[in-house]
Design a protein around this ligand. Sequence first.
Ligand code: T1G
Length: 704
Amino acid sequence: MTSANNNPAGQNLVEQSRDGDILVLTIQNPPVNAFGPGVPEGLHAGLDVAEGDEGVRAVVIIGGGRTFVAGADIKTFDLPREQAPDVRGVIDRLDAFSKPTVAAIHGTALGGGLELALACTYRVAVESARLGLPEVKLGVLPGAGGTQRLPRVVGAQKALEMMLSGNPVKAGEAETLGLVDEVVDGDLLQGAVAFARAHTDVTPLPRISERQVEGASPELFAQAKAGLEKTHKGQYSPALIVDLAEMATRTPFVDGYAEEGRQFVQAKDSPQSRGLRHLFFAEREAGKIAGIGKDTPQTEIKSAGIIGAGTMGGGIAMNFLNVGLPVTIVETTQEALDRGLGVIRKNYENTAKKGRMSLDDVEKRMGLLTPTLSMDDLKDADIIIEAVFENMDVKKEIFTKLDAVAKPGAILASNTSTLDVNEIASATTRPESVIGLHFFSPANVMRLLEIVRADKTSDSVLATGMALAKRIGKVGVVVGVCDGFVGNRMVHRYGDEARKLVEEGARPQDADAAMHALGLPMGPFEMSDMAGLDVGYLIRQHQAKVAGQPKPDGWLDRIVEGGRKGQKTQAGIYDYPDGRKPVPSASTDELLNTYRQEKGLQSREVGQDEATKRLTYSLVNEGAQILDDGIAQRAGDIDVIYVYGYGFPAYRGGPMGYADEQGLKNVVADLEKYGQTPAPLLKRLADEGKTFGQYDKEKASAQA
Ligand code: T1G
C-alpha cells in the first residue's frame, strides 16, 4: 500500500460503481487521466473492495472523460522517489490479482496507461482508441513493465517498432496483434462489463508476465541497435529499450522488470529527458496567447487564397488541400501557374508512389485547387496568404489590391520571412485583419509556423491564426514584428558569430562539425549553402544601405561575388561535386588565407568546445534580447521555434533549455570570455541564479 506522502492531498481520483457482480473503477483525473497522485491510491482502494467482497466477480477499469490513461504524470518525474506516484506498485498488484480485470480503453492508452492495461487480465477498446508506449519521445523508456510485457504480447519485432518509434497503434491493429482482446461496438462500458461477466469463471487467469516472447533472434536486436545511429542519433534511452526488450526474451519476467526499473530512473534523471520533457510542455504552452482566452471569437475558415505559386506558395497550398480546404491560387503568368500546379501534383504523386496516399486522394486534393490569373477570384476566400518574393513595394501593392478585392472579415496574411508586417498592413484600410504567417521551406513538410502579430492585428485574427496552425498540422508560435522575427533574427546572430570564428582561424567545416556533435543535422555554413549564399548577401547589403554604412566586404561576401552561391551553383563555402554532399573547398581555403592576410587577422586554432559555445550561446544571447524586446512570449517558445524550424535537437531542449542545463552563470561567463556582451535579461537571470524556465513561470503567473 502506498504511503500518504506520495499523495499529500490524500486524493482518490478513482470512482467506484457496481454493475451487478462487476466492480467498475473509473479514473477521473482530467484532462488526460495521467497516472498522477491519487490515481494509484484510488485503484488500490478499488482493488481492496473487490478483494474483500465475494460478490465482486470481476473488475473493469475505465477512464472518465475523453480518454483512458495517457501515461504517468510527466509533471511528477522530478519528484523525489518517495513522493512520486507509485505506478509500479499498483501494476504489480493487478498482475497478481485473484479476480479477472478488464481495461476498457477509449481515446489513448499511452505509456503507463498501456502498461496498466497490460497488467490487467483482458483489454477491450473502441475502434478509435490508440495504444502506444511513447516514452522514448520523453527521453525515457517504458518503466512500469512495458519493455517486458509488450514483447510477450506482440512479439519482439513489433514491440521494438512500437517502443522505438513511440507511435501508437489503432485498436483494430491492436486486436490483430493480440494487444486488445475485443474491439467493442457501441457503449464501451457496457461492452467491457459484458466481456468481464463472460470471463468470471476463467481459471487459471492468463497473465502476460507468464508468457514467452515470440519471434526473437539475436540479429533482430543487433540490427535494431545498429539502426539507432540513423533513427535516434545521439539519443540515450533507445539503446536501453533494445537491451531491455532483448532481456525479455531470455530472462524471467521479474529480472527484466527489475532491470527496467533501474534503467528507467537513470533515463529519467538524464539531461536528455529533461530536455524532451521541457519541449513537451513548451510546445503545449506555445499554443496559448497571453490575454487571449479560448472563448475569443474566431473567423471560420472554409476556403483559402494563395498569392504566388512558387516553392512557398505551392507548399502552403498543400497544407490546406491536405485538410480538405479548397484553395484558389493566383499567379501573374499562365506559365508560372502551370509550373506551380505541376510541382504540387508531382509532390502528391511522389507521396502516392511511396504508398502514403492513394491516387484517388491525389485527384481529390488537386480537385480542391483552383488556379487563376486574377486576384478578383479571391473575393470569397476566408483567408488569403501572400507568398511572393521579398520586396516591400511589391507586397504593399498586393495588399492594397487585396484590400479592395477581399470580402469583409477575410484574414490577409503575408508569408514574409523578415519584412515589416506593420508596414505591409499600412497598405490596407483594415490593418486589424493583417497577420504574418511565416511558413518554413518546404512549407508542406516543416511543422513550424511563426504567427506574426502586427501592432494592429486583432485578437480574433490572432486566435484564428493559432487555431488554423493546429488544423493544418503546424506548431504555431506567436512572434512580434522585428527584422527576422524570432527564428531568422537569431540565425543572423548565429551566422555573424560563425563568420567571426572563421576570420579568427576556424575552418567552416570545424564550425559545422561542432554543431553536428551537438546533434544538429547541419552546421551554419552547410545551412547557408543550402539556403543560398546570395540570400544572406542581399540582406547584409540591404542592412548596410539602410544603416548608411559602406558596402560589406566580409569573406563570405567575396565568395558570393566570386559567383559561388551555394548548393544551387554546386559551389559555395563548400564544393558540391555530386550534388548535395558538401566537400571542403580549396578555393575557399585560399580565399580565406588571402582575406585574413589582407585584413591583418591572426589565424589561431579554434577548438570544438569554443566553437560549440560561441555558436550556441550566440543564439541564446539573441533569444534573451528577443524576450526583453517582447518579440517572443516565452523562452520555451524560442525552443519550440528552434527545434521545429532549425533542426536544434529536441533532446537538448532547444537553445534556451540547453542554456538552462549548462547553467546561465556559465553561459554568461563564456559569452564574456569570447567577447560577446550578455543580454541584460540573461545577465540578470544569471546573477539571480535563475533559469529561463523560471523566467517563463514567473511571467505566466504575473500575467494570470
Ligand atoms: N502528464 C502530465 N500532463 C499531461 C500528460 C502527461 N502524461 N499528457 C498530457 N498532459 C497535459 C498537457 O500538458 C496539456 O496540459 C493537457 O494534458 C492536454 O494535453 C511509467 C513513465 C494524450 C495524445 O507521453 O501525447 O507513462 O497545456 O494538449 O493534443 O512508463 O497529451 O492543457 O495545461 O497534448 O489532445 C507517456 C503524453 C508518459 C503521452 C492528448 N505518455 N501526452 O493530446 O492534448 S511517460 C505520453 C500526449 C510514462 C511509464 C512512463 C497528448 C495526448 P495543458 P494535449 P491532446
